[in-house]
Design a protein around this ligand. Structure first.
Ligand SMILES: Nc1nc2c(ncn2[C@@H]2O[C@H](COP(=O)(O)OP(=O)(O)OP(=O)(O)O)[C@@H](O)[C@H]2O)c(=O)[nH]1
Ligand SMILES: [Mg+2]
Length: 295
């Protein structure tokens, strides 16, 4: 665990990583002055922790100097209760559909998840449902080859629902445990593109009503709390059951996990910490808060 924590910690962006250290350095006297509190408040907002968490931390910290990161930790633990997603495949095959805006990290997460579940001994199939860009198909095929995971690629002229249908047919025929569908990036404001997702789900549910379909939203950690609006709209289109937050390496807005969870109450299954297949971590509140509040 120490290794994982160190990796998370060393990879979190300076702005976020330094939060704990900065909190320590603000307070020098025995009492916390109004100015100290203002400085702390600015720091917490700067990390994108959001209003609810900032208020809760300020309240917990109070006016006496004490072990500040510990005082800040308790309210964050409370706000993040229930946020750890623990993926399990209950009735194989199951479908995991990755959704999100352009460039949020869906294709990379699809590959990383394929690697993760394969390592766990699951039989994984990838489905390339990004039919907008030929390059997207190539990108996922390359990953599949590198990881030794089977893939159903998109064909010219086919739509996302057709690829998903072919992929799930293949998953059932080949006795797979998990089908991971990569989808095209789409702005949550483009209704006709969102419709494509509704169709994809409808087509699968119609043919395989008993097969569970999970929708995970892939959010770019750099975007901070902008992810909130995306989550809301995607959720109303394609019911979501979880989140993956990517690019937390180098993000100065790593605190955004807190308001995103509070607003969506969707479990966070994994966080992305880099571009390689191993740079995906199951989300752990403890590990996250250690990294966030460590000195
Ligand atoms: N640093 C870092 N880069 C990442 C991470 N996840 C993805 N990326 C990079 O972000 C870029 C976009 O990733 P993709 O996986 O192609 O994103 P996408 O959501 O599939 O993009 P579209 O299909 O175009 O919507 C790529 O250069 C990835 O290598 C991460 O956790 N950390
Ligand atoms: Mg993609």
């Amino acid at each position: 665990m120490v290794g994982l924590f160190q990796k998370l910690r060393s990879r979190l962006g300076q702005g976020t990583k330094a939060l704990g250290g900065k909190i320590f350095s603000i307070f020098r006297g025995a009492k916390i002055s109004a100015e100290d509190r203002e400085q702390l408040e600015a720091l917490l907002y700067g990390a994108d922790l959001g209003r609810e968490a900032v208020a809760a931390i300020l309240e917990a910290v109070g006016r006496e100097r004490k072990d500040l990161p510990a005082a800040a930790r308790a309210p964050l633990e409370r706000l993040l209760a229930g946020s750890e997603g623990h993926p399990s495949i209950q009735s194989p095959p199951e479908v995991l559909c990755l959704l999100g805006v352009n460039g949020s990290g869906k294709t990379t997460v699809a590959a990383k998840l394929a690697a993760h579940f394969s390592r766990k001994g699951k039989k994984v199939l990838l489905g390339s449902c990004d039919t907008f860009r030929a390059a997207a198909n190539e990108q996922l095929c390359l990953w599949a080859e590198r990881l030794g995971v089977e893939i159903v690629r998109s064909r010219r002229g086919s739509d996302a629902a057709a690829v998903a249908y072919d992929a799930l047919s293949a998953a059932t025929a080949r006795g797979k445990d998990l089908l991971i569908l990569d989808t095209a990036g789409r702005l949550h404001t483009k209704e006709h593109l969102l419709e494509e997702l509704v169709k994809l789900r409808r087509v699968l549910e119609k043919k395989w009503p008993e097969i569970p379909i999970h929708g995970w939203l892939v959010l770019d950690g750099h975007q901070g709390s902008n992810g909130l609006r995306q989550a809301e709209i995607f959720h109303s289109t394609f019911p979501l059951s979880g989140l993956v937050i990517t690019k937390l390496d180098g993000s100065a807005r790593g605190g955004a996990i807190v308001p995103i969870y509070r607003a969506t109450k969707l479990p966070i299954y994994f966080i992305g910490l880099g571009e390689s297949a191993e740079d995906l971590r199951p989300f752990s509140v403890d590990e996250y808060l250690d990294a966030l509040l460590g000195e």
